[in-house]
Write a protein of this length. Structure first.
Ligand SMILES: O=C(O)[C@@H](CO)OP(=O)(O)O
Length: 404
């Protein structure tokens, strides 16, 4: 038996008046996800436990089959694992976004949490400069993908509160700076970084080309290394993870999966959708399980781009779900789980913790009797009456059958 999870980050949404009250999932052409909903189990799943911030970290831990209440210790320790950064028990990792802040009437506003989706090549130059100028002591600066980077505070403080920058789009950052013991040291770092980034050649060129400068850093998603049993230890499963972003690859590392690097996988709208499907099918020839993640729908929604979100959903269905469905037929009995990690409503430009629609297809199971007019959507999933209240239990149903 082969198992695969196909995850469109932030894919679900809310009814939108411009779409006649439909959601992007309903407006998009998704024949492959509709077929999985028609021929499989369709339901809602609560990936974000009550009381947790609806981040992709918590939500994807649930989808990987891990109860966040028992293992979640912050986002960036997971990203550190993907980047090969060792964390000792006293070390604290922080996500470091390269962002663009703009001044208005004496206050700084979050112009763009991604600094105009700065390229990884440009970002690496800026992170190297910050390591050169501000590193060497307890603080370390490590380059990741595009605007997503990491700072490690060796022996640092971890009892602080932060706000994710993508929750602040267009807002003053004045009341959202780090708070708690040690925050003043981090705010000093952020201020020092601003002075160093201002007029850096990368930013001078970006502004000349009318691109947003990465004029600030934003720290958030902190934590210490988690303790997680691998999927081999828990279910005897071998597996691989196919993703562009370090968060998902890092969860895969802790889950004991092989990280499959796909050329052209960008974590953005221009990613290599079909390449992810092809590499996932190749991995399944020799492994039991693959987790395939596409970031694009979430990035479109964070930027408030409705047409781009619909386009990303359609690309995910056509270039990922379709080829995986076709390719799996040659590999024998299989189960496919398709879902988002969380909703990212375009109108809100950030995540919500509402339950998300899933379709769980089993090649050996009979087609659901009442499914002839099913679509894969939030409303159809709600009509099904199926609701998995603890999201991490859905993984059990994937690998042990729907009876669980
Ligand atoms: O990587 C990030 O910074 C966030 C926002 O884009 O992505 P996700 O919501 O998938 O964690």
């Amino acid at each position: 038996m082969k198992y695969i999870i196909l995850l469109g980050d932030g894919m679900s949404d809310e009814p939108i008046s411009e779409l006649g009250g439909r959601t992007p999932l309903q407006a998009a052409q998704t024949p492959n996800m509709d077929a999985l909903a028609r021929d499989g189990e369709l339901g809602l799943v609560q990936t974000v436990p009550p009381g947790y911030h609806p981040g992709s970290d918590v939500a994807n831990l649930s989808v990987f089959g891990y109860d966040p209440k028992t293992c979640y210790s912050g986002r960036s320790p997971l990203e550190a694992a993907s980047m090969g950064i060792h964390l000792g028990p006293a070390d604290v990792a922080f996500r470091l976004n390269l962002v663009c802040l703009t001044p208005h009437y004496g206050k700084l506003y979050m112009e763009d949490f991604s600094a105009g989706h700065i390229s990884t090549g440009e970002a690496r130059q800026l992170i190297a400069m910050l390591e050169e100028e501000l590193g060497g002591g307890p603080f370390e600066f490590h380059a990741g993908v595009s605007y997503r980077h990491l700072m490690v505070w060796r022996g640092g403080r971890d009892q602080m509160t932060f706000t994710p920058p993508h929750d602040l789009s267009g807002q003053s950052v004045e009341n959202h700076l780090p708070r708690g013991e040690g925050a003043e040291e981090l705010i000093h770092l952020m201020t020092s970084a601003q002075m160093l980034l201002n007029n850096h050649p990368v930013n001078v060129r970006r502004e000349k080309e009318r691109q947003l400068p990465a004029n600030s850093i934003w720290l958030w998603g902190h934590g210490k290394a988690p303790r997680m049993a691998t999927l081999q230890e828990r279910y005897g499963l071998s597996g691989a993870v196919v993703a562009a972003v370090d968060l998902i690859k890092g969860i895969g590392v802790y889950a004991g999966l092989e990280v499959v690097e796909v050329p052209g996988a960008t974590g953005y709208l221009d990613t290599n959708y079909r390449g992810k499907a092809d590499y996932a099918l190749e991995a399944l020839k020799t492994r039991d399980f693959v987790y395939l993640h596409v970031e694009a729908p979430d990035e479109a929604a964070h930027s408030g781009m409705l047409d781009e979100k619909i386009r990303a959903i359609e690309s995910f269905d056509r270039e990922v779900v379709g080829p995986v469905r076709a390719g799996l037929k040659a590999l024998g009995p299989h189960r496919i789980l398709v879902l988002p990690d969380h909703a990212t409503p375009v109108r809100k430009k950030t995540h919500t913790d509402q339950p998300v629609p899933y379709a769980l297809f089993d090649s050996a199971a009979a087609t659901q009797p009442d499914s002839d007019r099913r679509e894969y959507s939030e409303a159809a999933a709600k009509r099904s009456g199926v609701h998995v209240a603890e999201g991490w239990r859905l993984f059990e149903r994937l690998v042990r059958g729907a009876a669980h």
